[in-house]
Design a protein around this ligand. Structure first.
Ligand code: AMP
Length: 399
């Protein structure tokens, strides 16, 4: 954000992909708030903002005649909330590019904000189309990318557009900077011990992450549905728990690789097992490697909670991705809750904690602990790919 914004029209890619209710009112404005520091800084420095974002998946949900459901997906829905938050009247253009967009951008005065129509109303957006990106670039003197949540996509508004601005005319926004800085606190010379807590449904979604983690963490705690593939790979009986039978060899390999590198892997020694996948199911606490047929592990057990909490408490850096159980069901949320509390307690004792990617963010928010961890990432898939060590196209394009 070291650009000279004075008198400049700044094209800003934000992430305003917010949830809406049936009356198209914004129900969670976290993402809009997340972009405010960048927008306010540009306005304070004498610039004007031309904001671009996508909202939902309009191309996937076209009307019966194949046309876009503009009423449902228009970015106009965010304008009132943004106006309230900024305390100014924000303008809206019903086009992303085109004559009207050019005219409105041209007339924009310092201190003013213009929101363009949903970038995904254009077929070229997701293809990273050059003509579309060029038309976007024409609207602004400078380009700022503050949309970390879509940085792993090589779309026209997140990646291609950046090539039309030279290095002295483009920059990351504050949110993007914060996300990168916090992820780097885990990746680059973290304080040790460094513990990764990985949960969620499937091993297959987290293979790359696990492989990368084995290279540099001290301990990996594995919970959630994915734990049972590891337990079965070691000969455990897991009953009807979630399992990926085609990943048993891989799970075994990962365990061996970790051992060779001196990385401790903690699996849940016990589980809360249930006789159906339902909050109404009967449930009990049992050893994870002797689960009877007809029963399934839906949460980590009491001993696992204590073991995991102890490992978390003695860590100096923590990375958490994925819930420890089916936390959406009250009876199987306790494991995730205990882990969230342990991460919060370790943080208050001085550890750095990053919660990033997937449902662990929802879990931390649901438990009201977001303020008690060091950083909660706004980018699910993007954070996961960043931690896997991939270069994100939206970041690469700024170099
Ligand atoms: P992910 O998107 O990979 O982070 O996975 C999150 C999902 O995994 C949540 O919807 C959880 O309900 C689900 N999950 C966590 N633990 C289990 C489990 N033991 N069995 C089945 N699903 C689980």
């Amino acid at each position: 954000m070291n650009l000279n914004f004075n008198g400049k029209k700044v094209l800003v890619r934000v992430d305003f992909n917010v949830p809406l209710d049936s009356h198209y009112q914004v129900t969670d404005d976290t993402r809009i708030r997340g972009a405010l520091p960048t927008i306010q800084h540009i306005l304070e420095k004498g610039g004007s903002c031309i904001l671009m974002s996508h909202l939902g998946r309009p191309m996937k949900k076209t009307k019966e005649d194949g046309s876009i459901d503009v009423e449902k997906f228009t970015l106009r829905h965010v304008v009132n909330r943004l106006s309230e938050l900024l305390g100014i009247d924000v303008q809206f253009c019903p086009e992303t590019t085109g004559e009207k967009a050019q005219e409105m951008a041209q007339k924009l005065q310092p201190g003013e904000v213009l929101v363009l129509e949903n970038t995904r109303f254009n077929a070229g957006e997701k293809k990273g189309d050059e003509a579309l990106a060029k038309a976007m670039a024409k609207l602004g003197d400078l380009y700022v990318n503050d949309a970390f949540g879509t940085a792993h996509r090589a779309h026209a508004s997140t990646t291609t557009v950046a090539q039309y601005f030279d290095a002295s005319s483009k920059s990351f926004g504050y949110l993007m900077q914060k996300e990168i800085e916090n992820a780097n606190k885990v990746l680059n010379q973290p304080e040790r011990p460094l513990t990764a807590i990985i949960g969620g449904a499937k091993v297959s979604d987290k293979i790359l992450l696990l492989e990368k983690l084995i290279d540099f963490v001290n301990t990996i705690i594995i919970g959630g549905g994915m734990a049972y593939t590891f337990i079965k790979s070691q000969g455990g009986q897991i009953g009807n728990s979630l399992v990926e039978d085609d990943r048993l060899d891989l799970a075994q390999e990962l365990l061996k690789k970790a051992e060779a590198k001196g990385v401790t892997i903690l699996l849940p020694t016990d589980s809360i097992i249930a006789d159906q996948f339902s909050n109404e199911a009967s449930f009990k606490n049992e050893d994870s490697n002797s689960i009877e047929e007809g029963w399934m592990g839906l949460d980590i057990g009491e001993k696992a909670r204590a073991d995991f909490s102890q490992a978390i408490q003695s860590s100096k850096t923590l990375l958490w991705n994925g819930p420890m159980g089916v936390f959406e069901m009250e009876n199987f949320a306790q494991g995730t809750k205990t882990i969230a509390e342990a991460v919060a307690a370790a943080t208050s004792d001085g550890a750095f904690s990053l919660v990033g990617g997937g449902d662990s963010v929802a879990a931390v928010n649901q438990m009201g602990l977001a303020e008690k961890v060091s950083y909660v990432s706004t980018g699910g898939g993007a954070m996961l790919e960043f931690l896997e060590g991939k270069e994100l196209p939206g970041i690469a394009a700024m170099k």
